[in-house]
Design a protein around this ligand. Structure first.
Ligand code: CTP
Ligand code: MG
Length: 192
C-alpha cells in the first residue's frame, strides 16, 4: 500500500515539476500570430522550413509563460515549506532549469514541425507520436546535457523514475484533453 502511495506522489511530483514544459505549447496558441520563425522561407525541397504555425510571438509568449508559471509554483511551494517540490535552492539555477523546460518544449515543437515539413506533412495535419512527444524530446535534448544532475536526481533516481514514467504515460492523455479544450474554445482549428 505504501508503495502505491509513494508512486502516486512521485507521479504528481513529476507532473508538477514539468508544468513549465507542459504550458508553453498551449500558451503559444494563445499568444501566437504575426511573423513566422522561419520568416516564410522555403527549403530546397520546396517546403517551408517550419511553416506558419511557428511564430516569434508564440515562441516568446510560450517560453515566458512556462517560466512565469514555474516561478509561481516555486513561490507556492516555498510558502508551503515543501522544498522537495521546487527545482533548486539557488534562484539562478532555478531560472536556468525553468528556461530549459519552457524553451526546450518550444524547441521540440519546432523540431517536430521541421520534421513534418521535410516529410511533406502540411501545417496542422496530425502526426501521431510526434505531436504528443515533440516537446518532451526537445526538453530532454537540452536538459540531459545541460542539467544532467538535476534531471537524474529528480526524474531518474529511485522512486522518481516511476514518476517520470507516469508522466510519459499521461502526456498523450493530457495532450488530447488540452487540444479538445482549445478546439472547443475556437483557439485551434482541429482537435489534436
Ligand atoms: N503557435 C505559434 N508559435 C509557436 C507554436 C505555436 O504561433 N512557436 C500557434 C500557431 O497559431 C499554431 C498553434 O499555435 O497554429 C498550434 O500549434 P501547433 O499545433 O504546434 O502548430 P500547427 O499549426 O499544428 O503546425 P504544425 O503542423 O507545424 O505543427
Ligand atoms: Mg499541430
Amino acid at each position: 500500500m505504501d508503495e502505491i502511495i509513494d508512486a502516486i506522489f512521485a507521479i504528481m511530483r513529476a507532473l508538477w515539476l514539468m508544468v513549465p514544459m507542459l504550458i508553453p505549447n498551449s500558451a503559444a496558441v494563445l499568444f501566437g500570430g504575426g511573423t513566422a520563425v522561419d520568416f516564410g522561407k522555403t527549403m530546397k525541397d520546396g517546403s517551408r522550413i517550419l511553416g506558419d504555425g511557428k511564430t516569434w510571438r508564440g515562441l516568446f509568449g510560450g517560453t515566458l509563460s512556462g517560466m512565469v508559471i514555474g516561478l509561481i509554483q516555486v513561490g507556492i511551494m516555498t510558502l508551503l515549506d515543501i522544498p522537495k517540490w521546487t527545482y533548486d535552492p539557488c534562484i539562478l539555477c532555478t531560472l536556468f532549469i525553468l528556461f530549459l523546460l519552457a524553451f526546450g518544449s518550444m524547441f521540440g515543437d519546432m523540431l517536430g514541425s521541421f520534421i513534418k515539413r521535410r516529410v511533406k506533412v502540411g501545417r496542422g495535419v496530425k502526426a501521431p507520436g510526434l505531436d504528443q512527444y515533440d516537446f518532451l524530446i526537445g526538453t530532454l535534448i537540452l536538459i540531459v546535457p545541460l542539467q544532467w544532475a538535476w534531471f537524474y536526481d529528480n526524474m531518474l533516481d529511485g522512486i522518481y523514475l516511476v514518476g517520470f514514467i507516469g508522466l510519459i504515460v499521461l502526456i498523450p492523455i493530457l495532450h488530447r484533453a488540452v487540444n479538445i479544450i482549445g478546439f472547443k474554445m475556437g483557439k485551434k482549428d482541429v482537435p489534436w
